[in-house]
Write a protein that binds this ligand. Structure first.
Ligand code: MN
Ligand code: MN
Length: 454
């Protein structure tokens, strides 16, 4: 086992880690939905000279080596691309992460009354432990789309504004810890002031009056996308400030580090791409998930603007590409050792974690990375002095999981899972080690310079 990474980043070197992580914490505090992540990515990309693919297509502008382009899919997924010196047909080095995180979504008809309260009904998204979402400050982030197409951005519960909450029972009223909360029990308390002018639904009416001031009607929730997330900011964690506690490290920590890496990549030999997608937590489905054709269509459009498109060239490109499926993995937890094999699982402060395969029960559903590709990666990362660990996720027949790796592997490209080890994964507040975050960013930067061998 390698030494603790804090040795590598002790003394003055710690400043690099702290300054990178300070920006990361700001991103995490600000971007709690897919749409907020996309807004952030566009802003940062434009600062670095990336141009919208849509704009380029409209102007029929050609692309050349060194040019930077981005394409946004329904405000919830983005492709960032830097054109390499070599023909795109020779392959792309891709870092792909997901920007959706487990949470509660508002139902399309969320408001109802019970026991003198106006309540908000939710449907959870992704794998959560339901009890973790009760009795703690929550916020609502999202968008309401009016019939005329105008959008109302919604953020309730951040800074000094009132938070939302899901109540939980006092211990005296139940004998055992209540770990069996049902999905249908996850309802937010919206308020309990009555609108006495009304005969019926007085409590709901009072809340609807408040929402009306923000140009939101009850019917508008049908064409809305509002996510219930933990309220508040990402913060340093531990007496030594070695960790970060925040909402959505899975997988925004890999999204952020990948984004940062491509923003700093100039004139690459081979083309590079950063892919930030939605819907991973529910199976990569839908128009904004990895299973959608959007990624492939983008590659075709970009090759076309480079004057390099034909069907065969594109297929060759996809086949020859390399990909880091950048997703977080479970770190060994000192409080819960049982599900882990401590010798083969990921540890904090040991660097970016590579899962050669994921899947479960005999690798079922896994993308099993090729040793030829891994050997090349080892060579590249060792030369760049990047610290990494070769890991699995939990004991055999106990752990496992899935990422977007197997979807990209369908093209015949080389793919391996690589990301930051996380504690409390899928809890409202997850924990990562700062040095692992920084090392992951360094890994992606080195990978973007790796020659493609296939
Ligand atoms: Mn993930
Ligand atoms: Mn996840």
């Amino acid at each position: 086992m390698k030494t603790n990474l804090w040795e590598k980043y002790s003394g003055e070197k710690r400043t690099e880690v702290e300054s990178f992580c300070k920006d990361y914490k700001e991103f995490l505090s600000e971007c709690k939905t897919e749409r907020e992540c996309i807004k952030f990515a566009i802003k940062e990309a434009e600062k670095k000279g990336f141009v919208s693919l849509e704009k380029l297509m409209k102007a029929n502008k050609k692309l050349k080596a060194g040019d930077k382009v981005y394409a946004v899919n329904m405000d919830k997924a983005i492709v960032l691309f830097v054109v390499g010196k070599r023909p795109i047909e020779e392959g792309i080095n891709i870092v792909g992460a997901h920007i959706d995180s487990p949470r509660l979504d508002l139902k399309a008809k969320p408001l109802y009354e019970s026991q003198g309260f106006c309540m908000i009904d939710t449907h959870y998204y992704g794998g959560i432990k339901k009890y973790q979402w009760t009795a703690q400050p929550l916020a609502m982030h999202g968008v309401v789309v009016k019939k005329d197409g105008t959008k109302v951005d919604v953020v309730f519960g951040e800074e000094d504004s009132p938070v939302l909450a899901i109540s939980d029972l006092l211990p005296h009223l139940e004998r055992d810890d209540r770990k069996d909360i049902k999905g249908e029990d996850l309802n937010l308390l919206a308020g309990n002031i009555a609108d006495e002018k009304e005969k019926q639904n007085k409590f709901k009416k009072y809340i609807l009056n408040l929402l009306k001031e923000k140009n939101i009607s009850e019917e508008d929730f049908f064409s809305a996308e509002i996510e219930v997330v933990p309220a508040g900011k990402a913060r340093d964690c531990g007496l030594d400030s070695s960790m970060i506690m925040g909402y959505g490290h899975d997988d925004r920590v890999c999204a952020y580090t990948g984004l940062k890496a491509i923003l700093e990549t100039e004139n690459p030999e081979y083309s590079v791409m950063n892919l930030l997608v939605d819907k991973e937590e529910i199976g990569s489905v839908g128009a904004t998930g990895m299973e959608s054709k959007y990624f492939e269509n983008c590659v075709a459009e970009i090759m076309n603007l480079c004057g390099q498109y034909n069907e065969l060239s594109m297929r060759r490109c996809l086949n020859r590409s390399n990909m880091l499926s950048s997703d977080v993995t479970a770190a060994v937890d000192p409080n819960y050792i049982t599900p882990f094999n401590v010798d083969t699982d990921a540890h904090f402060a040991k660097g970016i974690s590579f899962n050669k395969f994921t899947g479960s029960r005999g690798k079922s559903g896994a993308n099993d990375a090729n040793p030829e590709f891994i050997a090349q990666l080892r060579n590249c990362l060792d030369k760049a002095d990047v610290t990494y660990q070769a890991t699995e996720m939990g004991k055999v027949d106990q752990g496992g999981g899935g990422t977007i790796a197997y979807i990209m592997a369908k093209y015949g490209m080389n793919v391996i899972d690589a990301g930051v080890p996380v504690l409390n994964m899928h809890a409202p507040w997850e924990i990562v080690s700062k040095v692992d975050v920084y090392e992951t960013y360094r890994c992606y930067k080195a990978f973007y310079k790796m020659p493609i061998k296939k």
